[in-house]
Design a protein around this ligand. Structure first.
Ligand code: BTN
Length: 240
């Protein structure tokens, strides 16, 4: 599969654009990336917005589900790994880059990349925002830029490297399944036993220790009384 990159100066949301194209019956082939230099209505997880800035990467791509593919939700681990691997080339200390459940990428514990997966009929739109050179100030959240870890690639350079890595991970996901992807994700994530604070859907914040992942990618949280909570959606902070 050859990656093709379409770069536009501005749009509302690259995810919304690809979803609209699919709903319209347009053919959006796998390997095609829509990258915007600016986004005026960038969408984040859990109904939040994603704040843009010139010099940052904001792009989306599509995966068309095939009959024998693993569960679509596991694409979030694949996408996070693709960003992780791509980012390593631009940092001086690889250990500073870490994955956080469900699909954030951190530099020294602060988020510099977020992913948003949205389902369309038979397809998944995967949107990726990477703070390459600027990070918004968000109260109560630790955010950073990739440039603070080393060098700052241009959005185009980062996008080309990411498209190549994403295609490779997608091929592995189809050929070998999710298990090796999960294993690599775990190796790049916070360690087992790391104290986490989780804000699940419609739930108060709960604290516990990271206890790995369920086979479907859900978070296992070990509470102080020894019981196990399985979290399917929510926001996680490293309680470091
Ligand atoms: C998050 O909240 O962590 C997910 C943020 C995802 C942002 C990206 S930027 C490109 C794509 N288009 C959007 O509107 N959102 C995603």
């Amino acid at each position: 599969m050859t990656a093709s990159i379409e770069t536009i100066p501005e749009t509302g949301s690259t995810n919304a654009d690809l979803l609209a194209r699919l709903a319209n019956g347009d053919l959006v082939p796998e390997g095609h990336w829509l990258i915007a230099a600016r986004q005026t209505s960038g969408k984040g997880r859990q109904g939040r917005s994603w704040i843009d800035a010139p010099g940052n990467f904001m792009g989306s791509t599509v995966v068309h589900m095939q009959e024998r593919d693993p569960a679509p939700a596991t694409l979030s681990f694949l996408a996070a790994l693709a960003v992780y691997e791509t980012s390593l080339a631009f940092v001086t200390t690889p250990q500073a880059v870490m994955l956080k459940w469900p699909n954030d990428v951190l530099l020294n514990g602060a988020k510099f990349c977020g992913l948003l997966l949205e389902m369309a009929k038979g397809a998944v739109v995967i949107g990726i925002g990477v703070n390459l050179t600027s990070a918004p100030v968000i109260e109560g959240r630790k955010v950073d830029t990739l440039s603070n870890g080393g060098s700052a690639p241009s959005p185009q350079t980062f996008g080309e490297a990411l498209a190549t890595q994403f295609a490779l991970e997608l091929q592995r996901w189809r050929e070998f399944g999710v298990e090796p992807i999960m294993r690599r994700w775990l190796a790049a994530a916070h360690e087992i036993g790391t104290p986490l604070s989780v804000h699940g859907d419609n739930e108060a914040r709960i604290s516990g220790a990271f206890d790995g992942l369920e086979a479907d990618g859900a978070l296992r949280l070990r509470l102080s009384d020894g019981s196990l909570r399985v979290i399917h959606a929510g926001d996680v902070s490293l309680a470091l």
